[in-house]
Design a protein around this ligand. Structure first.
Ligand SMILES: [Zn+2]
Ligand SMILES: [Zn+2]
Length: 321
């Protein structure tokens, strides 16, 4: 695509909106690369909010199977924007992106950023353009996009899993503690069939972790209906087929997380599926939210490591067989 003139934000927004997890790379990659390069050229500049809006809009594509160069360029540009904009002084106590956290799952591309127009589609009169376009709000959305594309590689994401995930956490906590609230067979079958066709890395990992946390229960005498473990086996096998294995494991021995405590594991299974939930895991593990350069901590990205998840799924399938 050759641009002789600067395209208008409306034009761009329309093109960006059409980019999704089903887009072919030869259509989506040039749009991502164009947007990311413009952001990288001036990540603290006056137009940074436009390019961050573009990458957020295209994050559904970037979180699934983007071209390598497009992914790397987008992540680098977003991180540069976080660095340039995230610590600018401002008079606000909070920013609009934080208000979305309780509703926000990994599908941030559906979020109402307002970054292109300075207005929220929801028309919240209390939120003015200055706050929407505040550098810290732009940096906030850039952080969320990085976390959805490459979970656990960015800090200072506000804590708070969405409501629906909270209720799933209590459902599965009841089951693994042998004190179910509803019908565990029904809950487990529903969960087994819940994996989307093109999950984000966090959603795919969360699904496999939840299946692992609950497999002992499904395999025990508490569940007499064979269709429950069968549905879980089918779901886990489908999830394994979606795990990429072209990324070699970069973790040292012992760095993959322990899943010995089903209560903790089932909670993590749902927290993995949203930016605010992952921030909660980071907080549990004592990540210092203020220090983005601290590399001494536990490597939390091991929760989404394909090698770890392959092992975990194999263990789950043996238990369910
Ligand atoms: Zn501000
Ligand atoms: Zn690993």
């Amino acid at each position: 695509m050759i641009n002789t003139t600067e395209p208008t934000p409306d034009r761009l927004a329309e093109a960006w909106r059409r980019v999704s997890d089903t887009s072919p790379a030869d259509e989506a990659d040039p749009l991502v690369l164009d947007c990311a390069r413009r952001l990288a050229a001036d990540p603290g500049g006056e137009r940074a909010h436009v390019w961050v809006a573009g990458l957020v809009a295209m994050s559904g594509y970037l979180a699934w199977r983007p071209g390598r160069e497009a992914e790397r360029t987008a992540l680098d540009a977003l991180r540069a924007a976080v660095q340039e904009l995230g610590d600018r002084p401002c008079p606000h106590d909070d920013h609009p992106y934080e208000a979305d956290m309780r509703a926000l799952e990994d599908e941030i591309w559906q979020g109402d950023t307002g970054l292109l127009t300075g207005e929220l589609a929801a028309g919240d009169g209390d939120v003015d353009a200055e706050r929407i376009l505040c550098p810290r709000n732009v940096a906030g959305w850039a952080r969320l996009a990085v976390d959805v594309i490459a979970p656990f590689t960015v800090r200072r994401v506000p804590v708070g899993a969405p409501e629906g995930h909270r209720s799933a956490i209590s459902t599965f906590s009841g089951i693994v503690n042998d004190y179910p609230y509803g019908d565990p067979a029904e809950d487990l079958i529903d969960e087994a069939g819940s994996l989307p066709a093109r999950p984000t890395r966090g959603v795919l990992a969360g699904y496999l972790v939840t299946m692992n946390a609950t497999c002992w229960y499904a395999a025990s005498e508490r569940i007499t209906d064979r269709s429950v473990p069968d549905a879980m086996i089918k779901g886990v096998e489908a999830a394994v087929a979606l795990l990429g294995d072209d990324d070699p494991c970069a973790h040292a021995p012992g760095e993959h997380p322990s899943t010995d405590d089903p209560d903790h594991t089932s909670r993590v299974g749902y927290l993995l599926r949203s930016p605010g939930g992952r921030a909660e895991i980071s907080e549990d593990y004592g990540w210092d939210s203020e220090d983005e350069e601290d590399h001494e901590d536990e490597p939390l990205d091991a929760w989404v490591c394909p090698a770890f998840l392959h092992e975990l799924a194999a263990e789950t399938l043996v238990a369910l067989d």
